[in-house]
Design a protein around this ligand. Structure first.
Ligand code: FPP
Ligand code: MG
Length: 343
């Protein structure tokens, strides 16, 4: 399998390799896509234009795909997909998209998935409201499920997304290496929604508690791995691949695994990197290039790949409990595809 599963900001459509993984849920995936598109319908043509700006670029739909595969892998004997599985997948993508629209306001981002952001094309106020509108649509979906446990799980996700952003802001340009803070932030920003998406389907299916827990573990570890790989690509990739400027984490003083591995070395390289960060030189093109070279030349990339593999392996272990099925195979292949991005 060739690895073209790029950053969650990069692709306009689901790449071929990912589509192949979603094959066992192709019919349901189509229904999710149609339902997301129907959210574009609004009495006001302007609101419809705003929403279509957000959805026209598509996105890879990794999270709804995971919801469907996890649901399929844990269906009881003779059971079939229901409308509730589709709703769960839709609301997961709505929350993800809403959080990105808000994130672009916070980050003052101009480009996402190779397209102008809402805040750039119009303004921050409209982007905040578009994000809120999507969160509202997600809440309606959540209510339709009539499942208090899942309401609680997704309520936690919303809190985690906000807390993750706050934790990240609080750590900007802070050179003291704090792996616990980095991991917590990654769980809040990314793994929480992956985890919710992966274990809520089993809850809908009334799967045994240990199966629900295994899928929670699968999603959490996959999400952490996803975030680590995303952090790595910010260092190793290019703007044309990412659909956004490379090195933007470092430029904003967001210190992720590749930088943390070098900063903890307590040597000339770590001190030079620290100076570039503390003086804000990393926010200038010249300084950013030097910082990226220091990270690459001092093992930051290799050690980050190892860290990502560690979480990938935990995620794979969690699948052992599932009975064999094409859904399970795709969940396992998802981990491999994610790791291939590191090549
Ligand atoms: C991408 O981060 C952003 C997220 C994964 C989540 C952001 C969450 C919020 C802004 C809070 C959402 C609000 C509510 C009400 C729940 P990134 O900047 O690292 O990634 P990028 O490079 O794709 O922009
Ligand atoms: Mg951002």
């Amino acid at each position: 399998m060739t690895g073209t599963l790029s950053s969650h900001t990069a692709e306009a459509t689901t790449p071929f390799e990912l589509s192949a993984l979603f094959e066992p849920v192709a019919t349901e995936f189509k229904q999710v896509e149609e339902s997301l598109r129907s959210n574009l319908v609004d009495d006001s043509p302007f609101v419809a234009t705003l929403l279509s700006q957000v959805f026209s670029t598509g996105g890879k739909r990794i999270r709804p795909g995971l919801v469907l595969l996890s649901s399929g892998a844990t269906l009881g004997a003779g059971a079939k997909f229901t409308q509730n599985h589709i709703i769960l997948a839709v609301l997961t993508e709505l929350i993800h998209t809403a959080s990105l629209v808000h994130d672009d306001v916070i980050d003052k981002a101009s480009v996402r998935r190779g397209q102008e952001t809402v805040n750039r094309r119009w303004n921050d106020k409209l982007a905040v409201l578009v994000g809120d509108l999507l969160f509202a649509q997600a809440s309606i979906c959540l209510a339709r499920l009539q499942n208090p446990a899942i309401v609680g799980i997704y309520g936690q996700v919303l809190g985690d997304l906000c807390a993750g952003e706050i934790k990240q802001m609080n750590q900007q340009f802070v050179c003291q290496v704090n792996w616990q803070a980095y991991m917590q932030k990654s769980i809040c920003k990314t793994a929480s929604l992956f985890s919710a998406g992966c274990h809520s389907g089993p809850i809908l299916n009334l799967a045994p508690a240990e199966t629900v827990e295994a899928m929670r573990q699968y999603g959490t570890n996959l999400g952490i791995c996803f975030q680590i790989v995303d952090d790595l690509l910010d260092v190793t990739s290019s703007e044309s691949t990412l659909g956004k400027p490379a090195g933007s984490d470092l430029a904003q003083g967001i210190l992720t695994a590749p930088a943390l591995f070098v900063l903890q070395q307590n040597n000339a390289a770590s001190r030079e990197l620290e100076t570039l960060i503390k003086t804000r030189a990393v926010s200038q093109p010249g300084g950013a290039a030097v910082a990226l070279s220091i990270i690459k030349d001092n093992g930051g990339v290799e050690q980050t790949v190892k860290l990502a593999r560690n979480y990938a392996s935990k995620s794979k272990d969690a699948l052992k409990l599932l009975t064999a099925s094409p859904y399970k195979d795709s969940l396992a292949s998802m981990i491999d595809l994610l790791l291939e991005r590191t090549h």
